[in-house]
Design a binder for this molecule. Structure first.
Ligand SMILES: [Zn+2]
Ligand SMILES: [Zn+2]
Length: 278
């Protein structure tokens, strides 16, 4: 496992995407712990503390997996000799080296990535062989935090609606940005805005997670799914496909990055489906 040295955003797009993600996480934590949950349970009461611990664990897992994804380097750097030709490997002119199957060049990272999945703008790095398990665990907790938070958030908004003001409330909740700029500048309006962002991010993360579960079960990366005609090349069996991404302790993925779940192979040599040839 190698640590990436340049972890900083490489473009304005990455600065904005990374900034948005971190602000979203921090606002979520503040809102749930200090605004929404205290509106149901007295602060520091046993029930409040239980919810506090659950939210803290989930947010901590989101942050830990976010950092692990961007710190761990899935590139060919230090694993492949420049200029060395290997039979059956393709040649990358930009890296000036033979690169293993399933490796693809990233024009943003400027290097080939082992089992490249995609370049993630919010994490300012490529997701590939070594770090995809952290990316998926991050996504899993992003979904979980959104579901957990949205349950309380919806009740929080529902309880705050005054009788007879239903339409105004719906307008303010559905279009909180209009409320922030044109209707009122209260902290409640700002909280409605954050709640809507949390909800929308949650929906996006849920769709992405479902999509990834489908890809992983088929043993294909996002990149291969988009670019290759034969998507079935590395589809061995569901459990093997899952282990390829989450490691031998795949069932403990929810404890990442604190679990040593070894990935099979070296990211360079891949088992293929027996019936499939190039
Ligand atoms: Zn390359
Ligand atoms: Zn990249």
């Amino acid at each position: 496992m190698r640590i990436r040295k340049n972890i900083y955003p490489k473009s304005l797009k990455e600065v904005l995407a990374t900034g948005f993600l971190w602000i979203n996480i921090l606002l979520y934590y503040y809102l749930e712990l200090f605004v929404v949950i205290p509106s149901f349970y007295e602060k520091w009461s046993p029930t409040y503390n239980v919810h506090c611990t659950i939210v803290s664990f989930m947010v901590f897992s989101v942050i830990a997996n976010l950092i692990a994804t961007s710190l761990i380097d899935p590139s060919i750097k230090g694993r492949i000799q420049r200029g060395k030709q290997v039979l059956e490997w393709k040649y990358c002119e930009k890296c000036e080296a033979s690169v293993p199957p399933r490796s693809w060049h990233c024009n943003i990272c400027k290097i080939c990535i082992l089992r490249r999945d995609h370049h993630c703008y919010v994490m300012s790095c490529c997701v590939g062989f070594d770090n995809q398990k952290y990316f998926l665990t991050y996504l899993f907790y992003q979904v979980l935090t959104a579901i957990y938070g949205s349950y309380f958030n919806i009740w929080y908004i529902w309880n705050s609606v005054q009788p007879g003001c239903m339409w105004k409330a719906i307008l303010k909740i559905a279009f909180p940005l209009i409320g922030v700029f044109y209707i009122d500048w209260t902290s409640y309006q700002f909280h409605c805005f954050v709640i809507l962002i949390i909800f929308l991010v949650g929906i996006m993360a849920t769709l992405l997670l479902i999509f990834y579960i489908r890809l992983i079960s088929k043993g294909v990366t996002l990149f291969e799914n988009k670019k290759l005609k034969n998507k079935d090349k590395y589809n061995i069996a569901i459990l093997e496909n899952v282990k390829t991404v989450l490691g031998d302790k795949w069932y403990l993925f929810w404890l990442e990055p604190w679990v040593d779940s070894k990935l099979p192979g070296d990211g360079m040599n891949w088992k293929r489906k027996l019936s499939v040839y190039d």
